[in-house]
Design a protein around this ligand. Sequence first.
Ligand SMILES: C[S@@+](CC[C@H](N)C(=O)[O-])C[C@H]1O[C@@H](n2cnc3c(N)ncnc32)[C@H](O)[C@@H]1O
Length: 315
Amino acid sequence: MKTNDYGHITVFLQQAVAALEVRPNGIYVDATLGGGGHSDLILKEALQGHLYSFDQDEEAIRFNEKRFAEEIAAGRMTLIHDNFKNLASELAKYGVTQIDGIVFDLGVSSPQFDEQGRGFSYRSDARLDMRMDQEQSLDAYEIVNHWDYKELAQILNRYGEEKFASSIARRILLQREKAPIETTEQLVAVIKEALPDRVLHAKGHPAKKTFQAIRIAVNDELNVLKEALAQSANLLAPHGRIAVITFQSLEDRIVKQFFRDMATKNQLPDKMPVLDKDIKEDFKLVTRHPIVPSEKEISANHRSHSAKLRVLEKN
Ligand SMILES: C[S@@+](CC[C@H](N)C(=O)[O-])C[C@H]1O[C@@H](n2cnc3c(N)ncnc32)[C@H](O)[C@@H]1O
């Protein structure tokens, strides 16, 4: 499996782009450019089309300005340094009000996760940060040191599905009365103090859920996903598709629910006589069940183990 120079192995590279059924002259969006794996494949298929690729991470944009210098110069690709929650307004700046497909490959990229200074990982010590957008002011330090007990316990519970949310929140408050919690290593130590032995010795890192929760809160990941899905559905041209890759159950639930709602919204209630044979729903599910990675993909790229791909089409 190919790693680009960015150090990120694209999950569902072929499957997600195949799911878009790219047309040579279509207009496409890659909402999560990262190292550019999906963008690259879309560009190879949309030879007379245009690709708009978003990333809120400055480093990802800088990397891809070089990687796709030719395609950008040829007017086939535009990089947009912004959050995908601004999808519709950003595209409108280029006169784009309809698109033929969009792919979301959610979460953080491997370099974001591995780069020590970014503070995403509980395995290496760094200042508490976790911002995907380096220009944003809210970071993990602010949440851990300034949010009150209720807010902390709530995000650990909701975004981390952490059973010990209240004990961890309580420990964090006790610790920061003595001194601020500045680093990932200090936070891991506080989390460990709050957990019972059986959890500390169970499979999986004891700080995983708390880190996930704080990361989701810092980047407001679930809300921006909901906003962007709604905008994507509005922007789709007939037969246009949305393909979304998720890596955890909270995101997958949002995508699953949204796609179901869109595909059933205009359905007639059961047994109602169909008066007009042409009445159709606006959208259909391309994947009734999510596509999951093969054993081969998981062994070549452990990051893919929890991935799910869902696809929606506009009729
Ligand atoms: C998993 S990586 C994408 C990898 C990419 N598909 C590839 O093949 O290299 C996710 C990327 O999306 C970006 N990202 C995540 N949420 C975003 C958001 N709300 N708006 C813009 N970019 C976002 C991250 O900064 C990261 O670079």
